[in-house]
Design a protein around this ligand. Structure first.
Ligand code: PRP
Ligand code: URA
Length: 209
């Protein structure tokens, strides 16, 4: 069964408070999303395997630990997921980035796929699917189904804010995918927006409306 992690790190919670605030403008919103993505990536990579190597310090030989070279793929769900990519790449610059383009039909709230471009060796990579918002869960479920069809087997899902309804549906649809959340909110409203949430993540990131 999928595990759900809600990050309670004070820095993540503090920055998330400003991300939610309607008074936060586009530039600051974008910077904060980037910073929270870095902090979440730090937590999410806690189980990355290490190997021992020998190096020389200016003083002596030393056995030290470095990452064992497990490959990572970051898969943002377009468009808002793009806002989280650089924050992760800051920590793991060797990761490859794939894109899944989905929008949520405003009437049906169902996801519509319009673009997919993924690393060719997806099956060998640990994939982190990123999107600031997990609302009904439709977009995350569809994106993960789409990358599984193309070979992904080892997948985590990371978002800033989630609604309980979306978490439940995602767990049911993809029980093998652990979910990492900065803020677990109360509910969805009648328009499928997360309450209290942060509004429309894509619009706030890119200054559209
Ligand atoms: C938003 C958000 C998620 C989706 C979440 O994207 O970034 O992808 O809604 O909703 P769901 O869980 O109910 O599917 P949107 O469709 O607004 O597209 P955008 O990122 O291009 O703005
Ligand atoms: N997508 C968003 O950007 N915000 C929500 O609250 C729900 C879906």
């Amino acid at each position: 069964m999928a595990k759900v992690y809600v990050f309670d790190h004070p820095l993540i919670q503090h920055k998330l408070a400003f991300i939610r605030d309607v008074k936060t403008g586009t530039k600051e919103f974008r910077e904060l999303v980037d910073e929270v993505a870095t902090l979440m990536a730090f937590e999410i990579t806690r189980d990355m395997p290490l190997k021992e190597v020998e190096i020389e310090t200016p003083v002596s030989k030393a056995k030290v630990k470095v990452l064992s070279g497990k490959k990572l793929g970051i898969i943002p769900i377009l468009r808002a997921g793009i806002g989280m990519v650089d924050g992760i790449l800051n920590l793991i610059p060797a990761a490859k980035v794939g894109h899944v383009g989905l929008y949520r039909d405003p009437e049906t709230l169902k996801p519509v796929e319009y673009y997919v471009k993924l690393p060719s060796d997806l099956a060998e990579r640990e994939c982190i699917v990123v999107d600031p918002m997990l609302a009904t869960g439709g977009s995350a479920i569809e994106a993960i189904t789409s990358i599984k069809k193309r070979g992904a087997v080892n997948i985590k899902f990371m978002c800033l804010i989630a609604a309980p309804e979306g978490v439940e549906l995602l767990k049911e649809a993809h029980p093998d995918v652990d979910i990492y959340i900065a803020g677990l909110d109360e509910k969805l409203n009648d328009h499928g927006y997360i309450v209290p949430g942060l509004g429309d993540a894509g619009d706030r990131l890119f200054g559209t409306k």
